[in-house]
Design a protein around this ligand. Structure first.
Ligand SMILES: *Cc1c(COP(=O)(O)O)cnc(C)c1O
Length: 360
């Protein structure tokens, strides 16, 4: 028998969320972002649900090769590009597309024996993470045009703050920077992540790169997934594996962090920080017990956590508990954990079984 914890991955929610992206960008091609094992959802099943998308984007070369070998024909873009000449050979062999964000990569590519690779030249327009400076760009483009190693060129940038309604000026500064330095070229462009897809139609251009919204979490700080008609894809669920009746003064878990003020009943759930549930959430963090909202108590352990069964009708061993997902937005748990939905989803531990359902 295995532990009752599992992550249910809802195939139909992925299909639905992709259709929402398409409503925002009816005339733009879409890269579904599948990095970090599809944000913790599982690479191949997620790709399968999104198989009609125009392309896939990720950073891990082995995962890109896995996708190509699985038979996907569309462009597969490596978002950080390559780190060695050997990787360039694999990019050519598997017909992957690659970002180029640094002059070192330009030399590596032009010194290589490879031919006809699709490249995405990334420009740093103000985020100061990856990308060539606007000053470096013309030289690099000159080096890479009419060059046997290169097939098609696309220009690309990434926004630092498209999720924050108070940061509009920052997005428009980056957008303007991009437009000024790229207008003299006639290459296709790619700028928008999920937040920019929703908030900034002027950034849609030729290719968009949604990640988080495909997984059904809101990309915006001021709107919920429900506001955007997105459906949660991952539901992390487990079961009550023990029940205890406490007297006033009894304590729960490590360091007795929670102390009962009155007689109460608690449940122990098979889910802990080694499963990817955040350790530092406080007492009061919401959980869904038998479809009723309840609360977590005390310190989350490695493999278990405690919940309050006060007011939960007929709670018994084996009852289902949803930690996040359907009925319990992951963004809400992220707020209690002082982190983002991204971190919770892609932090789901490998030991948690993913169960793929056609619909849920
Ligand atoms: C992760 C990533 C995305 C997707 O971002 P979301 O906010 O999840 O939509 C897009 N572009 C790049 C370069 C990324 O690294």
């Amino acid at each position: 028998m295995s532990r009752p914890i599992q992550a249910i991955i809802d195939h139909s929610a992925l299909v639905h969320n992709l259709s929402i992206v398409r409503q925002y960008v009816p005339h733009t091609r879409i890269f579904a972002v599948l990095k970090a094992d599809a944000y913790g959802h599982g690479l191949l099943h997620t790709a399968n649900a999104l198989k009609n998308v125009d392309g896939f984007a990720l950073l891990e070369l082995d995962a890109a090769i896995t996708l190509r070998t699985a038979g996907y024909q569309q462009p597969i873009l490596l978002l950080e590009g390559f780190f060695s000449t050997m990787e360039i050979a694999l990019i050519e062999q598997y017909q992957l597309s690659t970002v180029i964000h640094h002059p070192e990569q330009v030399s590596m590519l032009t010194d290589s024996q490879s031919r006809k690779i699709d490249i995405f030249i990334k420009v740093n327009t103000g985020m100061n993470r990856l990308g060539l400076s606007p000053k470096q760009l013309p030289q690099v483009i000159q080096k890479l045009t009419n060059n046997q190693q290169v097939k098609n060129i696309t220009l690309m940038t990434h926004f630092a703050s498209a999720d924050d309604p108070h940061e509009k000026a920052s997005v428009f500064r980056q957008l303007q920077c991009f437009e000024v330095i790229t207008e003299k070229y006639n290459y296709p462009c790619s700028l928008a992540n999920s937040a920019a897809i929703v908030n900034y139609p002027e950034t849609h251009s030729d290719w968009v790169r949604p990640g988080i919204m495909l997984y059904g979490a809101s990309p915006l700080s001021d709107k919920t997934a429900t506001d955007l008609n997105l459906l949660p894809v991952m539901t992390l669920s487990s079961k009550i594996i023990a029940i205890h009746d406490l007297e006033a003064g009894d304590k729960v878990g490590y360091h007795g962090l929670f102390k009962a003020d009155y007689r109460m009943r608690i449940g122990i759930v098979a889910c802990g920080y080694a499963d990817g549930y955040p350790r530092h959430v406080p007492t009061g963090t919401p959980v869904l017990i038998n479809n009723q909202r309840g609360r977590l108590l005390g310190r989350v352990s490695m493999d278990m956590l405690a919940i309050d069964l006060t007011g939960i009708e007929n709670a018994k061993l084996g009852d289902p508990v949803v930690l996040w997902g359907k009925g319990m937005p992951v963004e809400e748990i992220a707020t209690y954990a002082e982190t983002s939905s991204y971190e919770l989803l892609c932090g789901l531990a490998a030991r948690v079984d993913r169960k793929f359902l056609k619909s849920f």
